[in-house]
Design a protein around this ligand. Structure first.
Ligand code: ADP
Ligand code: GN1
Ligand code: MG
Length: 358
């Protein structure tokens, strides 16, 4: 049975009225298996997202769902009075047994959300307006969670943005070299190893307590944000699996990495990959509109570096997965992870070329 057939098999266990009339695969994310269904209830059509949670990545799916229920409940209260509140926060659909997930015969965890309609997702930012709105959206998300008690959250992936750990994992992959790829990637390794110390600074400042510990999303790449198709307002931040205590710089970093790249994360033609400082200005302006009031000077000063650091951590992680034989991210073709690593390295270099000008 493939994942789509499994999805068809499990969907009936959720509390959804009507008749299933369509089921499509969504391949935008690299981690979970995502499907979008359409149900027809006496002529009224409603869509849902169904996901098989990746248990190789999230070892404790129950704890992931506990976090998501707590955070969506908190944000839900804050957006309750808005006319389009259904677009403003993810809504978990429970099973007929009143559980936030269904465990299938193979022990896999499935969850369902109401699909948020009338929104766009982007793999490349379309305009300065969208960049400013993305910044606002991430700032607003952090603000909504600024009064949420982070000690209530489960740590779904320990040391997720710990650069020291990511370099150790790279080193382990190099030593094991299970598929014989190390010899091909010496140049990439030399570059990334030369950048290690600088890349570890944000994590070290976070771990030592110099950077405040707040509730952060930790995976704020652009396609985890839903935009209004008419105004490009960022209406909802999704993919809440990695919500954990962190520094806001993890979130500013990933929005910069994804929205200031003139190409997609897996562009094969590296001449198309460059850092767009106009997008950066728009993004950070929007972000500060929402977040400036609660940031410390060290947080504010770190925003520029955060974009470089998160780009670097993704270069390290994609390269590690390539060397390890593609065991973590979903790939569409065998070279996919090294292509992704190349774009991240090219983006870092483009940032460095322009460093004094943005
Ligand atoms: P992954 O962890 O694999 O990235 P996501 O939760 O980000 O999974 O979902 C993958 C994609 O599915 C998103 O990038 C988005 O395009 C779409 N998506 C997920 N949930 C919803 C939803 N409730 N409404 C609309 N689109 C969604
Ligand atoms: C993964 O789940 P998704 O595709 O939104 C990854 C992020 C990376 C991103 C790179 C849990 O995000 O850390 O930045 O790929 N998520 C996890 O595209 O590892
Ligand atoms: Mg995602």
């Amino acid at each position: 049975m493939d994942n789509r057939e499994k999805a068809l098999d499990v969907i009936g266990n959720f509390r959804i009225d009507g008749r299933l009339v369509d089921l499509k695969v969504n391949t935008q994310g690299h981690i979970n298996s995502t499907f979008v269904s359409t149900f027809d209830n006496d002529g009224v059509k409603t869509k849902y997202t169904h996901q098989k949670i990746n248990r190789n990545v999230f070892r404790k799916p129950r704890e992931v769902m506990e976090n998501i229920l707590a955070v969506t409940g908190h944000i839900g209260q804050k957006v309750d009075a808005l006319p389009d509140r259904d677009r403003r926060v993810l809504r978990v659909v429970f099973t007929k047994d009143r559980m936030p997930f269904y465990i299938d015969a193979d022990g896999e965890y499935w969850r369902t959300y109401v699909f948020i309609e009338n929104v766009n997702t982007y793999d490349r930012i379309p305009s300065l307006n969208a960049a400013r709105n993305l910044g606002r959206g991430i700032g607003e998300f952090q603000r909504q969670l600024s009064d949420f008690d982070g000690s209530k959250l489960n740590i779904t992936i320990p040391h997720f943005h710990d650069m020291n750990l990511r370099y150790r994992q790279l080193q382990d992959a190099i030593e094991a070299d299970p598929v014989g790829r190390v010899a091909q990637v010496q140049e990439e390794l030399d570059f990334l190893l030369s950048q290690k110390e600088r890349g570890c600074r944000i994590w070290n400042d976070f771990e030592s307590g110099r950077l405040p510990n707040r509730v952060t999303h930790n995976d704020t790449k652009m396609n985890n944000v839903l935009f209004d198709p008419e105004t490009d307002e960022a209406v909802c931040v999704i993919d809440l699996d990695t919500i954990m205590p962190g520094t806001i710089l993890f979130d500013t970093g990933d929005m910069i990495r994804t929205a200031c790249n003139t190409a997609e994360e897996d562009e094969q033609d590296l001449s198309k990959v460059s850092f767009d400082s106009r997008m950066y200005d728009a993004l950070v302006t929007g972000y500060l509109e929402k977040a400036e009031s609660f940031l410390t000077p060290l947080e504010k000063d770190g925003i520029k570096e955060s974009g470089r650091t998160i780009t670097q951590i993704m270069a390290v992680r994609f390269l590690t997965d390539y060397i390890a034989g593609d065991v973590y991210y979903s790939i569409a073709y065998p070279e996919h992870n090294i292509v992704r690593a190349h774009t991240q390295i090219a983006l870092m270099k483009s940032m460095d070329e322009q460093w004094d000008r943005f």
